[in-house]
Structures are given as structure tokens and as C-alpha cells.
Design a protein around this ligand. Structure first.
Ligand code: MG
Ligand code: MG
Length: 255
């Protein structure tokens, strides 16, 4: 069942989204060669709790940390720990915040120091794919329009969409219906109507789309060792079009 949110719930999600944005900003500023991902997790948790929020991921199916921190060939779900960032790494940071019972979810991939041109292009294409997907989150469109836009943008650049990982409805809990794949056919899938809130999140690689789960039971890596990128926003479908709930200034529409 797809849960449509009231206007009040969407405002509450935007407040959770503001804490997500602030947290990603704080983590982003701390990212530098020599910093461990555990240190980034600590900064994130401190900020989320200082704002009255709960880190949604902590304890989710036993996940031990407040954020996911996934370097290089790790696509998503990295457990923060002793990994020390190095110049030229890329690092995906995924943050979920629950505030007043409502959830917002967003991710951003950062370069650490100077990254090579291929890595920069991968990140730009992934963020562009996210924006293309968001642009299709119009009332009357279908989930497949979002999916197809993400896929088209990614593949036109010569990169691959990971098919085994998908976006999702979000709001009253972290994972709700519908699934929002990063590949698909325009006009297919559930219809988008005002009040729907979805996390659109391209997960793409510079190589093949094949991935595997590591021995820690969480982190997902590219099988061929190629670099991965992940960008995500929580988006409300409104009468006026898509409203991004995890962007500063909160509530701005696409350019
Ligand atoms: Mg996320
Ligand atoms: Mg998500």
C-alpha cells in the first residue's frame, strides 16, 4: 500500500530533511585524507541528536551506526569504522533522520581531495541522473518515468545502473511502497499522485552493474572493483510538481 502524506506530514518530513541536509554538510566539511569513517559517523550522530532527531539507520535490522559511509568500489551500506580516507577516494554518505515520527533520507558522494577526471564525471553523472529522475516526479506521471530518466542519463554517459538496489517510498518509515528502480519503462509502474513521498536514489558504477555483499553482511561492492556513486533525495509529489525535502533551501523546486 502506498501511503499518501498529509500537508502536515510533508512539512514534518521537510523538518527531518533539514537535519539530514545539515548532517551531510557537516560530514562533507570534515571529509579529508586521514579522517576515518567512524569519526564522520560520530559527527553525524552528534548533530542529529542535537536537533532532537534519531539516526534512522542505527539499529535498523541491527545496523550498528548512524550513517552509511561507502568508499570507492563500495556502492552502499558501508559500516563506518577504521577505514582512513585517502586522497583521490570517493566516499558516499547516506543519512536518514527520524524527527517527530517522520523520516527523510538522502545521500551524496564526495571526492576526497583531488579525484581523477573519471571519478569526477561519475559523480556528476550520478547527481545529474538524480535530478533527471526528480524532474519526472510529476503528478500524473508513473514511477517508470522516474526510473527511465535515471537509466537514460546514466547509460548515455557510458556508466551502469545497479539493478539489485532500488529507491523507495519513505515517510512514516524508512522503506515504504512503492519501489523506485533506477531502470525501467516510461509510463509503467504506480501512478504518481500528490502526497506520495519517495526516495529517488541512483546507484551507479563506472564498470559493470554486478555487485556482492561483503562478509560484514552489509556493505555492497562492485564485483569488478569499479568505482560507484550514490546520490539520493527525498521528494514529495505535489500539485505544483516535485518538491525536494532534503535540499537547501528546503522546498526549492528544480531550476
Ligand atoms: Mg539513503
Ligand atoms: Mg533510501
Amino acid at each position: 500500500m502506498i501511503i499518501r502524506k498529509s500537508a502536515g506530514e510533508i512539512e514534518a518530513m521537510a523538518r527531518a530533511g533539514r537535519v539530514v541536509v545539515e548532517t551531510i554538510g557537516i560530514v562533507g566539511e570534515a571529509i579529508a585524507p586521514g579522517v576515518t569513517t567512524a569519526e564522520l559517523d560520530e559527527l553525524a550522530e552528534e548533530h542529529i541528536r542535537s536537533q532532537g532527531g534519531e539516526p534512522t539507520f542505527k539499529g535498523y535490522r541491527g545496523f550498528p551506526a548512524s550513517i552509511c559511509a561507502s568508499p570507492n568500489d563500495m556502492v552502499v551500506h558501508g559500516i563506518p569504522g577504521s577505514y582512513r580516507l585517502a586522497e583521490g577516494d570517493v566516499l558516499s554518505i547516506d543519512v536518514g533522520v527520524t524527527l517527530d515520527g517522520l523520516v527523510a533520507d538522502s545521500a551524496h558522494t564526495f571526492g576526497v581531495g583531488e579525484t581523477d577526471l573519471e571519478a569526477q564525471r561519475l559523480l556528476e553523472v550520478c547527481e545529474g541522473a538524480l535530478l533527471a529522475g526528480i524532474g519526472e516526479a510529476q503528478p500524473g506521471n508513473h514511477v517508470g518515468d522516474v526510473s527511465a530518466a535515471v537509466q537514460r542519463t546514466t547509460e548515455a554517459a557510458g556508466f551502469s545502473v545497479v539493478r539489485s538496489l532500488v529507491g523507495h517510498g519513505v515517510g512514516r518509515s524508512m522503506h515504504e511502497e512503492p519501489q523506485v528502480p533506477n531502470f525501467g519503462e516510461p509510463g509503467r509502474g504506480p501512478k504518481l499522485v500528490p502526497g506520495m513521498t519517495i526516495a529517488i536514489e541512483p546507484m551507479i558504477t563506472a564498470g559493470s552493474e554486478e555487485v556482492f555483499v561483503a562478509d560484514d553482511g552489509w556493505s555492497i561492492h562492485t564485483r569488478d572493483g569499479s568505482l560507484a556513486s550514490h546520490f539520493e533525495h527525498t521528494v514529495a509529489v505535489t500539485e505544483a510538481g516535485p518538491r525536494i525535502l532534503t535540499e537547501e533551501p528546503v522546498g526549492s523546486l528544480l531550476p
